[in-house]
Design a protein around this ligand. Structure first.
Ligand code: FAD
Length: 343
């Protein structure tokens, strides 16, 4: 019989973040379809709140590693915790969220266990009693289905692909697992995080909204002049207030390479489309962007699509958007910013 280990680190308050709950949802479904055992393995400064919150997930066993040494994201302590939890549960399948913290350690953990690992998994399912995992290849143009015979098989599930597990909390007493020589794990001291302010960190995969800026923001406007500085202020204010993720058309990010007036906070990493990214957000708003096919193909995972364009015949009007506002994006977004700042 398969044994599934759901591995997760807790947050500072002892709870689990959404990507971990999504991975748990996948693990619970797999337990049912494979008829497997499910072991929850938690580690962090405190694991009890997380364990209690999962009391009714149907796990057969709860294991935990607790202590300040396991609070920060640090390779030595994270890998040691994951390895100890795996050795205590002898899983055939390990499931965890595909966060940067987990991705950093899981290959090393799988190697220590003599197993294998796959990352960027989008779904897992049981087919004819065997585990199958899917992931994208070649910039999300080809979806592959994987099976492996090597065990344990560690799978990191990309966030945003499945619903987060929800259930009533309860009371659970996890079995506490000891980590060999934990003092040697603290040789690296984590002094803290340095993160860019919200208006500089423009790519936010977990944001509810993708805001796309197109080249129109830098073009001559109705007074015959470009207004790039004003465009920058409007966009930055909107991102600050809405915490949306910023995408761009290729034309706009290419402008900076041609020494033309461009928005300074955009790079090719923001580019959405055939030769850019295909982000996943529940909603998208395109502004001053024409909506040509090579751009809109990058919107295939965006739920509800809206666009603001002066041109009623732009690409968005041809079945690419659910709603097209034929309007001046400078005026619309200035008004939106005013409404947001009142909140
Ligand atoms: C092989 C290939 C791959 C490509 N890959 C990509 C890709 O990955 N991503 C990508 O984006 N493109 C890609 N392209 C380019 C794509 O075809 C378009 O050229 C590009 O998306 C156009 O960018 P844009 O809509 O921002 O600019 P434009 O086509 O210049 O459109 C600007 C729009 O702004 C509007 N506008 C101007 N002022 C205002 C205002 N005040 N209010 C409202 N609207 C206004 C105009 O009406 C116009 O529709 C690719 C092309 C090729 C050939």
């Amino acid at each position: 019989m398969d044994a599934i280990l759901f591995l997760a680190h807790t947050e500072a308050d002892g709870t689990l973040a959404k990507p971990a709950l999504e991975a748990l949802g996948a693990a619970v479904d797999l337990k049912q379809s494979l008829g497997a055992a499910l072991i929850v393995g938690l580690y962090g400064a405190q694991a009890q709140p997380a364990a209690n919150s999962l009391a009714n997930c149907g796990a057969d066993k709860f294991l935990a590693i607790q202590g300040e040494a396991f609070a920060p994201a640090r390779y030595a302590s994270d890998a040691a915790a994951c390895e100890a939890l795996a050795r205590a549960s002898a899983p055939t399948i390990i499931i965890a969220a595909g966060t940067s913290r987990n991705a950093r350690v899981m290959a090393g953990v799988a190697h220590r266990l003599g197993g294998v690992v796959d990352t960027h998994i989008t779904s897992i399912a049981a087919a004819s009693g065997a585990l199958q995992a899917t992931r994208w290849f070649y910039r999300q143009r080809i979806e592959g289905t994987l099976t492996r015979t090597a065990r344990p098989w560690a799978l990191l599930l990309d966030p945003g692909n499945q619903p987060a597990w929800t259930g009533e909390p309860g009371s659970v007493t996890p079995e506490i697992i000891a980590v060999p020589s934990p003092e040697s794990l603290s040789r690296t001291t984590v002094k803290g995080f340095v993160t860019p302010p919200a208006d500089q960190q423009t790519i936010r995969p977990d944001a509810d909204l993708l805001f796309v800026a197109g080249a129109g923001w830098t073009k001559k406007q109705k007074d015959g002049q470009p207004h790039v500085a004003e465009a920058e202020t409007i966009i930055v204010d909107f991102l600050k207030n809405s915490k949306a993720s910023l995408g761009s058309s290729k034309s706009l990010v290419d402008l900076s390479g041609e020494n033309q007036a461009a928005l300074r906070f955009l790079t090719h990493l923001n580019q959405v489309g055939q030769t850019g990214a295909s982000p996943r957000h529940p909603k998208g708003l395109a502004t001053c962007c024409h909506g040509e096919e090579p751009h809109t193909v990058g919107w295939r995972f965006i739920g509800e699509r809206r666009a603001i364009n002066l041109d009623a015949g732009c690409g968005w009007a041809r079945g690419k958007a659910d709603v097209l506002y034929v309007a001046d994006a400078f005026e619309v977004m200035t008004k939106v910013n005013a409404l947001l700042s009142q909140k």
